[in-house]
Design a protein around this ligand. Structure first.
Ligand SMILES: NC(=O)c1ccc[n+]([C@@H]2O[C@H](COP(=O)([O-])OP(=O)(O)OC[C@H]3O[C@@H](n4cnc5c(N)ncnc54)[C@H](OP(=O)(O)O)[C@@H]3O)[C@@H](O)[C@H]2O)c1
Length: 296
């Protein structure tokens, strides 16, 4: 809030995530201006109290804080191009996914047009926007974060500024997000195997949840091993994972479920063993991923 008025916000990009962002601002009482390339997507938000501006320049001019949620950094720059003259002095916050390089490029582009720039990332699904434990992180111009912290916190109670380097949010977005696809594909493989036996996938959800809790509990242990470079105290060794690899082919024969997506991961395990990490912690795979020349 600025004084006793809620800060006006402009949300550019009304896909699944942008719509959730705009809805949350409207619900929290922020005057919310919206723009989308396909204008029709603004109608449900207007019905809830948002103000649709057909011109992106007018949308940028409507608020001191402009939040974009387009597909990529490049899309963001392209869409904002007709409004660059209006960016001067305004706070521009991106909330799309993208690489650290994309964030740096957009920082240079935005600050080149006189904007104050913050790059952010929403670490959750649209339906979680606005919840007290929803995580969003930001990096870049700290004055923007500090000035608009209470407004940004409307989008999620776990709102963090990672540092002044603009690309940190994108780096953490990619680093933390790296588990998503392997974890989900693993769940889908298990689901298909259970179904192949005529069982409901819902029957395994509780167990999969506990499994993920167990993995979560190991992350601090592995992080310390990786930070110290000492993998010698192995609770689960590389060789243990190596011996488990053969079971995948057995499962495929039995259930006809494709487990080939795991082959490159088994190759990483094999390379770690070849590098001398067989009896070391599975976290030594980080050394294989990092660079083979750092081998034990
Ligand atoms: N959905 C999620 O679960 C989720 C979670 C975390 C992060 N994110 C990130 O949030 C960002 C948006 O995701 P989303 O799910 O909202 O995607 P989406 O539903 O596909 O919406 C994409 C939005 O970008 C706009 N857009 C794309 N290219 C454009 C261009 N060149 N010019 C103007 N507008 C353009 C689209 O406009 P039109 O409507 O005109 O096509 C639409 O508003 C992505 O970077 C995504 O990775 C999404």
């Amino acid at each position: 809030m600025h004084g006793d008025r809620r800060t006006p916000v402009t949300v550019i990009g009304l896909g699944s995530m942008g719509t959730a962002l705009a809805e949350t601002f409207v619900s929290a009482g922020h005057p919310t201006a919206v723009w989308n390339r396909t204008a029709a997507k603004a109608a449900p938000l207007v019905a809830k109290g948002a103000r649709h501006l057909p011109s992106i320049e007018d949308a940028v001019n409507a608020s001191p804080l402009v939040i974009t949620c387009l597909t990529t950094f490049e899309d963001t720059r392209t869409a904002l191009e007709p409004a660059v003259a209006s960016l001067h002095g305004r706070a521009l916050v991106t909330l799309n996914s993208g690489s650290p390089a994309g964030a740096r490029e957009t920082d240079a582009w935005a600050t080149g047009h006189g904007a104050r720039f913050l790059a952010g990332a929403v670490k959750n699904v649209p339906s979680a926007v606005g919840a007290p434990d929803t995580l969003l992180y930001y990096s870049g111009d700290r004055t923007v974060f500090e000035e608009f912290a209470s407004t940004l916190r409307v989008l999620g109670g776990d709102t963090v500024h990672l540092g002044d380097e603009t690309d940190l949010a994108a780096l953490y977005e990619m680093a933390v997000g790296a588990t998503l696809l392997p974890a989900l594909v693993g769940f889908f493989q298990g689901a298909a195997a259970v179904q192949a036996r005529g069982l409901e996938v819902t029957s395994m959800v509780r167990f999969s949840g506990k499994w993920l809790d167990m993995i979560k509990s190991l992350l601090p242990v592995y992080a310390e091993e990786i930070d110290s470079g000492d993998y010698s105290d192995a609770a689960s060794s590389v060789n243990l994972f190596l011996s488990g690899a053969a079971h995948d082919a057995d499962l495929t024969r039995e259930t006809n479920v494709d487990t080939a997506w795991l082959t490159p991961m088994h190759d990483l395990v094999k390379r770690a063993a070849e590098m001398g990490y067989g009896e070391h912690s599975i976290a030594a795979l980080t050394e294989v991923l990092r660079k083979p020349e750092r081998a034990a």
